[in-house]
Design a protein around this ligand. Structure first.
Ligand SMILES: Cc1ncc(COP(=O)(O)O)c(C=O)c1O
Length: 357
C-alpha cells in the first residue's frame, strides 16, 4: 500500500482537445508542465494538435526541443546563454530597454518577442514609446541583429472579477498592439491570454492574436469558479490508504502538538498513509477526503500520515481520495487552500507512487 499520484491519460488528452477548442494554443509547460511531467505533457499536447510551447527555464526549453524537433518554443524569461538559444532555435522574450541595449549584439540571429510590462510589473517594456524606440533602433541597425518575431504581454488579473484591473490591462495592451499594427508593424506571433483570459473571451483568441498562452486549463483545473466543472476535466487522482482505524475518547488529543481533540467518546479515526511530506498542504487538510464515495473530515496532518474522522463503515485498506474529478484541485483553490498550481506543485513525486494509466 502506497499513496499514489496518477493521471488518466485518456482524460488528459480529451481535456486538452476540449480546452483547445480548435484555437491556436501555445501550451505553457513550465515547472515540469505544472508537475504533470514535461515529456508526458508535450507528447499529449502534440497529439491534441498543439505545436507551440512556452516555459520559463532554458533547461526545459532545450528539453522540449529534444522532445519536439519541429515545435515552436518560446522562452518567457530572458537568459544570457545566447548560443544555446540559437542552437536550439528557441524564441525568447525581450524584457526591457536596458537588456536590449546591453545585449543587442549577442542577440544576432535570435527571434525575440517584445514584452509589454502592463499591470504585472514583472518584466517588459514600460510604455509604447519604449517599444517604438527599440523598433526604430533595430530598423537602423545594419549589423547582424536579432529578429523581432513577436510581441506579447501577460494578464495578471484575468482571474479577478471584483476589480477593474483585467479590463484596464486588456485595454492598455490592445491600445499598444493596435497602434503598432496600425503603423504597419508586423509580428509573426502575438499572444497575451492565459487560461482565465482565454475563457473570459469565450474560449477564443483575441483579435489579431496568433495564440493564447494557456496553462492551468490544459492541466484540468478551472482558472475561476464561475466556469462549469464539465468545461475542464481533471485527469489527476491522488489517493492513499487507510492503514488502520483507531478509537479515541472525548478529551484525547491526537496528532502532533494537540492537533485534534476528540469531542466525544468512541470517535473513530482512520490513520491514512499520506501527509505533508507527500505534498498535501496544511491548508488542504482543513477540508475533507473521500472514502467509499463519502466525504469525511481530515482532523490532523502529519509528515507521512493524516487522521480522518470516519464512521463504522470505514475499514483498514479502504482507499482515501485526496484529489480526483469529484474532489478537484480547483474546488480547494476556490476554498482558499492555494492556487491550482500551488497545490499541484507541492506534490512530492519522490515519495508518492507516480502512474500514468
Ligand atoms: C507569462 C505566463 N503566461 C501564461 C501563463 C499561464 O497561465 P495559466 O496557467 O493561468 O493559464 C503563465 C502562468 O503563470 C505565465 O506566467
Amino acid at each position: 500500500m502506497t499513496a499514489t499520484w496518477s493521471v488518466n491519460t485518456d482524460i488528459f488528452q480529451q481535456n486538452a482537445v476540449k480546452v483547445k477548442n480548435n484555437q491556436p494554443i501555445m501550451a505553457v509547460v513550465k515547472n515540469n508542465a505544472y508537475h504533470y511531467g514535461l515529456a508526458f505533457a508535450v507528447d499529449q499536447f502534440l497529439q491534441a494538435g498543439i505545436t507551440t510551447f512556452s516555459t520559463t527555464s532554458l533547461r526545459e526549453a532545450i528539453q522540449i526541443r529534444q522532445l519536439a524537433p519541429d515545435a515552436t518554443i518560446f522562452l518567457m524569461n530572458a537568459v544570457y546563454d545566447f548560443d544555446a538559444i540559437r542552437d536550439n532555435d528557441i524564441q525568447m522574450t525581450l524584457p526591457s530597454l536596458s537588456y536590449y541595449y546591453e545585449n543587442k549584439h549577442h542577440l544576432a540571429g535570435i527571434r525575440v518577442h517584445l514584452e509589454f510590462e502592463n499591470l504585472l510589473h514583472r518584466s517588459g517594456f514600460k510604455t509604447l514609446a519604449e517599444i517604438k524606440e527599440v523598433l526604430t533602433d533595430h530598423s537602423k541597425n545594419s549589423e547582424p541583429k536579432m529578429i523581432i518575431s513577436g510581441i506579447w504581454t501577460h494578464f495578471g488579473y484575468a482571474d479577478e472579477f471584483d476589480v477593474p484591473d483585467y479590463d484596464i490591462e486588456r485595454k492598455q495592451w490592445l491600445n499598444v498592439l493596435n497602434t503598432l499594427l496600425d503603423e504597419g508593424h508586423h509580428f509573426d506571433m502575438i499572444h497575451a491570454q492565459n487560461s482565465a483570459s482565454f475563457y473570459r473571451e469565450g474560449q477564443v483568441v483575441l483579435p489579431y492574436h496568433t495564440h493564447a498562452r494557456v496553462g492551468i486549463a490544459l492541466y484540468g483545473s478551472r482558472p475561476y469558479s464561475s466556469l462549469n466543472e464539465d468545461d475542464i476535466i481533471q485527469s489527476l487522482k491522488v489517493k492513499a490508504n487507510v492503514i488502520q482505524v483507531r478509537e479515541v475518547q472525548q478529551g484525547d488529543y491526537c496528532g502532533y502538538s494537540f492537533a485534534f481533540e476528540a469531542t466525544r467518546n468512541h470517535t473513530k479515526l482512520a490513520v491514512v498513509d499520506i501527509g505533508y511530506g507527500d505534498g498535501i498542504l496544511r491548508s488542504r487538510a482543513q477540508h475533507e477526503a473521500i472514502i467509499n464515495n463519502k466525504r469525511y473530515p481530515i482532523r490532523a496532518l502529519m509528515m507521512s500520515h493524516m487522521f480522518v474522522e470516519v464512521d463504522d463503515s470505514v475499514q483498514a485498506q479502504d482507499e482515501v481520495i485526496l484529489y480526483n474529478n469529484y474532489m478537484r484541485i480547483d474546488e480547494f483553490t476556490f476554498k482558499g487552500v492555494g492556487a491550482n498550481s500551488e497545490q499541484l506543485s507541492a506534490m512530492n513525486h519522490d515519495s508518492l507512487q507516480k502512474e500514468y494509466c
